[in-house]
Design a protein around this ligand. Structure first.
Ligand SMILES: Cc1ncc(COP(=O)(O)O)c(C=O)c1O
Length: 391
């Protein structure tokens, strides 16, 4: 059998090893100068005023909600087609996620349905830039302003994305990023919040470390001084070792994005017109971050296709099955199939193909050929037409 093709392979190497080694020589391993440097450089890379580095995107979302005063009794409008963390963060803040269905052709929150879901309890909208395709943030900002709502972006997939000239964090109150093991830049586990609001950034920095008024870096700089705690915070501070691994990757963001984009274009070329397959549309005005390359397999064949490719050594992932149908959400919110038809249809059809800078053209060809063979092996799948346009 040919070499297995993993779903993801990170590109960390000599620059990260050297940065990690240097971080180990510093007196502070926890949140210190290396984190501060990463925050300045990450904020600059996003064109934002401030970045606050934390331990995960889940923590970033949770802290954003709390810092913006969202809690028990409040509702937050969000998408059911995402990783569970988008909603669990809302629940960890004590608020209630209110799902709105997604667009049939992009999988993103359907902005046209958002206003109908607003109630007197609604305090915020929390969209996800799914797969790296930004939501229509200009439309969402207008809705949020009309109703006095906060806007928090789940930008876990979208470091490099843009839409109509705006980047993540430009129109939202905050945008939250993930540096989880398979993300475009990674330190295994990590996250960040970007914002242009200096007061909010200061508050987020306090809340990420128990609400303490002084932290380890202050002690290192100023010597020990008594600290106070004025508000309840959490333990979400990124450490210098994580920041050290992330810093060299900032220099490769554009080059790696170009490589992933070329791979996505190659998949698109090879898969165009294959019956039984569709891919999400990229809306005009969008610069796609190309974090994931999903294909939508019709005719209930998705799981069989995953199994077929796995027997050929090709690993795939599902991002995501609609979360309102997971046991916990069904039980907690009494949701049933049919509640959000587009999210369910996409969630039952989607599979993500391998996509990372070191993926070679021959591997893209192997994945594409195996996929075409697996989809074509069932005549049924040729008969049904997907709602979304074909490639
Ligand atoms: C859309 C989305 N939101 C949130 C998260 C949570 O990120 P983290 O694992 O850094 O908490 C992820 C991670 O996979 C994600 O894909």
């Amino acid at each position: 059998m040919s070499e297995p093709i993993p779903f993801f392979r990170h590109d960390l190497g000599a620059p990260e090893v050297e940065a990690f080694r240097r971080a180990l020589e510093q007196p502070i391993l926890t949140t210190g100068e290396t984190v501060a440097l990463f925050e300045r450089r990450f904020a600059a890379a996003l064109g934002r005023g401030h970045a606050v580095a934390v331990t995960s995107c889940t923590g970033a979302l949770h802290l954003s909600l709390i810092a913006l005063g969202i809690g028990p009794g409040d509702e937050v409008i969000t998408t059911p087609l995402t990783f569970v963390a988008t909603s669990t963060a809302i629940m960890e803040a004590g608020a209630t996620p209110v799902f709105v269905d997604v667009e049939a052709d992009t999988g993103n929150l359907d902005v046209a349905q958002v206003e109908a879901a607003i109630t007197v309890r609604t305090k915020a909208i929390l969209p996800v830039h799914l797969y790296g395709h930004m939501v229509d943030m200009r439309a969402l900002r207008a809705i949020a302003d009309r109703h006095g709502l906060r806007l928090i972006e789940d930008a876990a997939h979208c470091v490099e994305g843009r839409r109509d000239g705006a980047r993540p964090g430009e129109l939202g109150d905050t945008a939250c990023f993930s540096f989880y093991a398979t993300k475009s830049i990674t330190c295994g586990e990590g996250g960040a919040i970007v914002t242009d609001d200096e007061g909010l950034a200061t508050k987020l920095r306090r809340l990420r470390i128990h609400g303490m008024t002084k932290a380890a870096a202050d002690r290192e700089r100023e010597g020990y001084q008594h600290w106070d705690m004025n508000e309840l915070g959490w333990k979400y501070n990124m450490d210098n070792l994580q920041a050290a691994i992330l810093l060299p990757q900032l220099d490769r963001i554009d080059a790696n994005w170009s490589k992933r984009t070329a791979i996505a274009n190659e998949y698109t070329r090879r898969l165009r017109g294959v019956p039984g397959l569709a891919v999400p549309v990229t809306v005009p005005g969008v610069r796609h971050a190309r974090h994931l390359f999903p294909v939508w397999i019709q005719g209930g064949r998705r799981d069989a296709v995953i199994a077929a490719l796995q027997t050929r050594g090709i690993s795939l992932m599902v991002n995501y099955r609609a979360i309102h149908l997971l046991t916990y959400f069904r039980r907690t919110f009494g949701l049933a199939p049919g509640a959000f038809p587009n999210a369910e249809r996409i969630g039952d059809a989607t599979v993500s193909l391998p996509l990372y800078p070191s993926l070679g053209r021959d591997q893209v060809a192997r994945v594409s050929d195996a996929l075409i063979a697996a989809v074509g092996s069932n005549a049924e799948s040729r008969v049904h037409a997907m709602a979304a346009p074909a490639l």
